[in-house]
Design a protein around this ligand. Sequence first.
Ligand SMILES: C[S@@+](CC[C@H](N)C(=O)[O-])C[C@H]1O[C@@H](n2cnc3c(N)ncnc32)[C@H](O)[C@@H]1O
Length: 214
Amino acid sequence: MTASELAKFRVPGQMNNLILDHIFRQHSRRGDHVLDPMCSIGTTLHWGAKHGRKVDGLELIPNLVAIGRLRLEQLLPSNRNWQLDNANAFTATLPAAHYDLAVFSPPQIRINRGPYPAGKDQVGNFTYATRAQYWRKIRALVARLGPALRPEARFTTLNVNMRHSDGSLYLFPHDMHQVMTDCKWRLIEEVIVERQHHFNVDRIKYEYLRTYQR
Ligand SMILES: C[S@@+](CC[C@H](N)C(=O)[O-])C[C@H]1O[C@@H](n2cnc3c(N)ncnc32)[C@H](O)[C@@H]1O
């Protein structure tokens, strides 16, 4: 792939530059350490490393890791502010009280109305049986990320409120808010963005960026 093809490469659920711009300017400074525990091809890492943050990303799918590394090497030659590891966020070893900011954008799941049958996320690796089970997993993940963040750190979560053409829903921002509250994070800011177009989904109604502090 050429550099310009890599720059234009898109995957489902990829971060949006408008929101990244807001997160990094509003909630971090140059030199800050930032964690994206589910980083896909490193769109968040790219923004952060380019603007002087030290960014660490974890991604479960090896192909996304390979493409992400290639992209970052091509887009930011000789910039070593980033690290992208092929790791499972549920089991990876994380340093204690280290990060100033977490940028958390969990995989989107598709849940039908009614009894919520078993399903997969947009990349097919995050299986769950029920909506409650999905949120229990997310709660466990947020709880284990907490100790890796410094006491004054911020934690952003991005969730979409989206209706598919067959009427099924993807993520539920109020569930994410409940998880954060359960894990003792306090909401300090909410940004709601309306987006008309999104890769590989019928349409997105809203994206909710929420920022929390302890
Ligand atoms: C919505 S995307 C993240 C977007 C990304 N933060 C960005 O900057 O564009 C969610 C990603 O989480 C990854 N993922 C799912 N389960 C994971 C796990 N247990 N550990 C690490 N990554 C995981 C998926 O493979 C997917 O690439």
